[in-house]
Design a protein around this ligand. Structure first.
Ligand SMILES: Cc1cc2nc3c(=O)[nH]c(=O)nc-3n(C[C@H](O)[C@H](O)[C@H](O)COP(=O)(O)OP(=O)(O)OC[C@H]3O[C@@H](n4cnc5c(N)ncnc54)[C@H](O)[C@@H]3O)c2cc1C
Length: 350
């Protein structure tokens, strides 16, 4: 086991802020993970599990304990099971989009709309990643974890993961308990792509043939690139943690109050079937209508020119500056709309 010291975390994240990890270990197998955990225990160090660093804000002080990067790789494809599903067992350290590319190339449906999401496979169940009408919870069959309470390996079925909108047991009730080593996805061989989302419907409107999985993947990546939601080298609008705020889910009276406030300002709350069903409100709309439009800048931080929900590091920003803008936005949205925005990224070392 190679134990590194004082490893800067900023370059290991997409937002590119944050100080050093006092200790840093990369683990390629369950046995190596167990060894790293023992090292943390023996030295009384707090443990943080790092994937692809695409959903993190790391503090300027960094992490005083051990950062364990899960680098378990491998994609194993099985023959279709009795339900006609093809199971893919994928190492948590694999790049998510590489797996999506593989699934699409094998003509297996279920994750095509999740093309281009940065980060690792192990990160996907944590916040039940979702985009363009699909969520990973629809295809996760099971998750192999290292349980920090007793050092055992456990295979959790999908139900045990407690998936909901941007949450699972991994980032709520059992936060910090499990290290994800492998995720098994059940995909549909020969299945049709999911074209439910407005952007995708618009993209394929007027096409003669029904879209294939490959053309859907390409369309999703193109749409994402236009919004700087695809990591593209050289595009500073990609220096983000993706959407910074979750779409708030409101109670009926809160929703009515929001509509009333919008009417007073001569505005209309945007309505999309996907959001309306759960009385979810577009966080992007709230941010934009609170004085933070695309391209907003405040020193070295700002809002992406292509996406109202992405706080970006315009170059050389500190975590404190990112936090300052986050708090400013939350405060304005609260004042103007009486809604408390909940951040999506994970805050490390604060
Ligand atoms: C440009 C951009 C676009 C994005 N678009 C989307 C989107 O469309 N939809 C969406 O849902 N998200 C999106 N995200 C957010 C992010 O990509 C996902 O949440 C991703 O799944 C995070 O995975 P990661 O490996 O980078 O995790 P990290 O950022 O490294 O970690 C995130 C959390 O997961 C935990 N974690 C990571 N790996 C493991 C593991 N093996 N075991 C246990 N815990 C682990 C960490 O401890 C941390 O709490 C976007 C981000 C960016 C930068």
């Amino acid at each position: 086991m190679r134990v590194l010291e004082n490893v800067y975390l900023a370059p290991l994240t997409t937002l590119q802020v944050g100080g050093p990890a006092r200790y840093f270990i990369e683990s390629k197998s369950a046995a190596e993970v167990a060894e790293a955990v023992n090292f943390a225990r023996a030295n009384d160090l707090p443990l943080f599990v790092l994937g692809g660093g695409s959903n993190l804000v790391v503090s300027d002080a960094g992490w005083t304990g051990l950062v364990l990067k899960v680098a378990v790789t491998g994609i194993e494809e099985h023959n279709p099971d009795d339900n006609g599903k093809t199971l893919f067992e994928v190492g948590a350290g694999e790049e998510w989009d590489k797996f999506v590319a593989r699934a699409v190339a094998r003509n297996c449906a279920g994750v095509e709309c999740l093309s281009g999401i940065p980060g690792s496979v192990g990160g996907t169940p944590v916040q039940n990643v979702g985009a363009y009408g699909q969520e990973v919870s629809e295809t996760v069959a099971s998750v192999l974890v290292f349980d920090l309470t007793d050092g055992q390996l456990r295979e959790l079925c999908a139900e045990a993961c407690g998936f909901q909108y941007r949450t699972s047991i991994f980032n709520t009730s059992e936060r910090g308990r499990f290290i994800i080593l492998r995720v098994t996805y059940a995909l549909t061989p020969g299945g049709k792509p999911r074209i439910d989302y407005a952007d995708l419907k618009k993209h394929f409107a007027g096409f003669q043939n029904s879209p294939s999985l490959t053309s859907t993947r390409e369309a999703v990546r193109r749409i994402r690139a236009a919004k700087a939601m695809l990591i593209t080298p050289g595009d500073e609008d990609c220096r983000s943690a993706g959407s910074f705020f979750k779409n708030p889910i409101l109670w009926a009276d809160q929703y009515d109050e929001l509509k009333r406030r919008a009417t007073v300002k001569g505005l209309q709350v945007p309505s999309y079937p996907a959001l309306d069903a759960q009385r979810k409100v577009s966080a992007a709309w709230l941010v934009e209508h609170s004085g933070f439009s695309k391209g907003y800048s405040s020193g070295r931080v700002g809002i992406s020119r292509k996406h109202a929900l992405a706080i970006v590091n315009r170059g050389g920003a500190t975590a404190a500056e990112i936090l300052g803008l986050k708090e400013h936005i939350e405060q304005r949205v609260d004042e103007l709309w009486n809604i408390h925005l909940e951040p999506e990224p994970v805050f490390v070392g604060f």
